[in-house]
Design a protein around this ligand. Structure first.
Ligand code: 16G
Length: 241
């Protein structure tokens, strides 16, 4: 129920209520939400308040609006654990989804000061720049750009990066991947990301920067990715010590 005497804003109470119905499966993917008027009548609140709650749910990716039709429950986001160093291919397979890649480009470029310092090589040294769209069951999830030292990773080819890069590093180059650091921040899609990820202008993305090291501490890759925030959320377990 909606409690109008509560200090909790009414739009927020409604938002939480609908979110709860989605999480509990009372409202399922593809279901149409009741109209603004129906919510307003049912809870005796203004349509403005209903609109505010629904806009929040749209922004957070729980529901989406279809022009002239209504508002529908969106597909559940992929919940990605932050523990454990895994590859995109492994992550998708664990979920029973089919990973695929769309190669945007594969080229060798001179290391910028940023990539050089991240990879601990000389500025201007040749690095592979690999840009791929990562797809799950055919749906674009992220645009990913990897930088790896050319001399440290011989035999890397366009064909190789059509499938798993980590699989090639570990099973063909016989290197052991050790650890990684990752930074996640929010942003809005660029024009290019918007087209490649097949989302609307202004859609939110999570920008992830990963630096991965081999088990002997040698930097392996520096990666910049834009993950669709409407399809992804990240999860971590924490222990208090
Ligand atoms: C993930 C990693 C990326 C790594 C890739 C290897 C993030 C943010 N990025 O996408 O750093 O290069 O996996 O995937 O998690 P692959 O082995 O499937 O090519």
């Amino acid at each position: 129920m909606i409690n109008k005497d509560s200090p909790i804003p009414i739009y927020y109470q409604l938002e939480e209520k609908i979110k709860g119905q989605i999480e509990q499966g009372e409202l399922k993917t593809g279901d149409m939400l009741p109209s603004e008027r129906e919510y307003a009548d049912r809870f005796e609140i203004s349509r403005m308040t209903v609109r505010q709650a629904i806009s929040k749910l749209v922004n957070d990716g729980y529901v989406y609006r279809k022009k002239g039709t209504g508002t529908f429950v969106a597909e559940k986001k992929i919940e990605q654990p932050l523990q454990g160093l895994t590859s995109f291919t492994e992550d998708m397979k664990t979920r029973g989804m089919k990973p695929s890649n769309r190669l945007i480009h594969f080229r060798v470029v001179p290391a910028t000061s940023y990539t050089a310092s991240a990879l601990n090589i000389d500025e201007g040294a040749p690095v592979y720049e690999i840009q791929r769209i990562r797809l799950a069951d055919g749906v674009p999830m992220a645009l990913e750009t990897n930088y790896l030292s050319e001399s440290l990773n011989p035999r890397l080819t366009e064909e190789v990066v059509q499938s798993s890069l980590y699989d090639f590093i570990e099973n063909k180059l016989n290197k052991k991947i050790g650890e990684a650091t990752q930074i996640i921040e929010s942003s809005i899609v660029t024009e290019k990301e918007m087209e490649l990820l097949e989302v609307k202008k202004g859609s939110p993305v999570l920008i992830i920067e990963r630096k991965t090291y081999l088990d002997d501490g040698t930097p392996l890759e520096v990666v910049k990715s834009a993950y669709r925030a409407d399809r992804y959320r990240f999860m971590i377990n924490m222990k208090r010590n």
